[in-house]
Ligand binder design. Structure first.
Ligand code: YXS
Length: 259
């Protein structure tokens, strides 16, 4: 059963996250369906993509599927993991991807949203970055993409509190392009997509990739990178990480001991 629905209307492709039973958690299966949809759009010369959930959802996506986070001492967010691969696919897709967001965006789903080129959101939208709620060692590239989208002080607040932030705050900070009422956001986004599709695809693809390369222009000494990885390893190997996953599965608040 597909966990996303895919539609094409002329040059515009729409992907709808469609696993409400699990609040559109980003499972390996759902992420695989997303990647397949982008492959299909590449073949069909789609010029603009809208990534959304069903109209009226309370949760756009609950983030990484916690049931699929490794309990062994493997890196839970390594390069080859499906969520990382999807974020790269979004960033490398030559045509603009517009996130149409309603409801709550949780954990790794924030990164998926920020990996899109534009974000249109309804007034009830919230964003929560939650690794600290689960004891998860967040991914280095993921942290960098958050800091690229938001001021460090706001990223710290979101990570340290793991509390949802309202869309108005992110709009004021420039991380969200438009706040549009739920009854108008689909038409608004389609109009935006159509205006993009009418422009020069070569220019848009070149500018999208140029902006990504310039944003990635980040000198990091190998010792600094090793330290970043070691910090993540210590968290990933901690008992707190295993307690975070266990507490989630048992639907109880975690008890973290800093070990
Ligand atoms: O009890 P059943 O079997 O019906 O399943 C429940 C939930 O367990 C399930 N579910 C999830 N399963 C796996 N991974 C998830 N992320 C996830 N979220 C939800 O979906 C069924 C319905 O959930 P329920 O009853 O809680 O729905 P609700 O409407 O009352 O509450 C919606 C949420 C989103 C507020 C609530 O489900 C929630 O807090 N979910 C976890 C959000 C979260 O912490 N996401 C971060 C995942 S970890 C991640 O993304 C990165 C690794 S990191 O942490 O680094 O950012």
């Amino acid at each position: 059963m597909a966990l996303v629905s895919v539609e094409e209307d002329g040059a515009i492709g729409t992907i709808t996250l469609d696993h409400p039973e699990k609040r559109n958690a980003l499972s390996e299966a759902l992420l695989g369906d997303l990647v397949a949809a982008f492959d299909q759009f590449r073949e069909h010369s789609i010029r603009a993509v809208v990534l959304r959930a069903r109209p009226g959802v309370k949760v756009w996506s609950a983030g990484h599927d916690v049931d699929e986070l490794p309990t062994s001492q493997r890196d839970p967010l390594g390069w080859s993991y499906p969520l990382r691969a999807l974020v790269r696919r979004l960033q490398e897709f030559p045509e603009p991807v517009i996130a149409l967001i309603e409801g709550g965006v949780w954990g790794g789903a924030c990164e998926v949203a920020f990996a899109c080129d534009l974000i249109n959101a309804t007034p009830d939208t919230t964003f929560a970055i939650t690794p600290a709620r689960l004891g998860v060692p967040y991914n280095v590239t993921g942290l960098k993409s958050l800091v690229a989208a938001l001021p460090v002080a706001v990223v710290k607040e979101m990570i340290f509190t793991a509390r949802p932030l309202g869309v108005e705050r992110l709009y004021q900070l420039g991380a969200v392009n438009h706040i549009v009422p739920a009854d108008r956001i689909a038409a608004f986004t389609t109009d935006q997509a159509r205006s993009i599709a009418a422009n020069a695809s070569l220019t848009i693809a070149a500018m999208k990739e140029s902006l990504r390369i310039l944003a990635d222009a980040h000198s990091l000494a190998p010792t600094q990178f090793e330290r970043l990885q070691d910090l993540r390893r210590q968290v990933g190997e901690s008992r707190d990480y295993r307690e975070g996953l266990k507490a989630f599965a048992e639907k109880r608040p975690p008890v973290f001991r800093g070990e």
